[in-house]
Design a binder for this molecule. Sequence first.
Ligand SMILES: [Zn+2]
Length: 85
Amino acid sequence: MPTINRYKWERLYKRQDGRCYYCLQLFSDKRNGVNALKKATVDHIIPKCEIKELEYKEQTYCNTVLACTECNRRKANISAELFLE
Ligand SMILES: [Zn+2]
């Protein structure tokens, strides 16, 4: 799992409206005060192994989404395109 700083994480979180990129499940439930950032995991849209030729900068900027732990586990090492089929 890639590591990104908290600032970047929060930008992704806002961009996705607090939802998992794949199943659109909300990361947080304000009623019971679940910590959203703990449930969200960072995922590569394209598995890292396929984009070795890209600059590190491009990889992290364009290729990173937040996914719930469930989707991240199910998706494993396939690309988002395949996963969403
Ligand atoms: Zn999900």
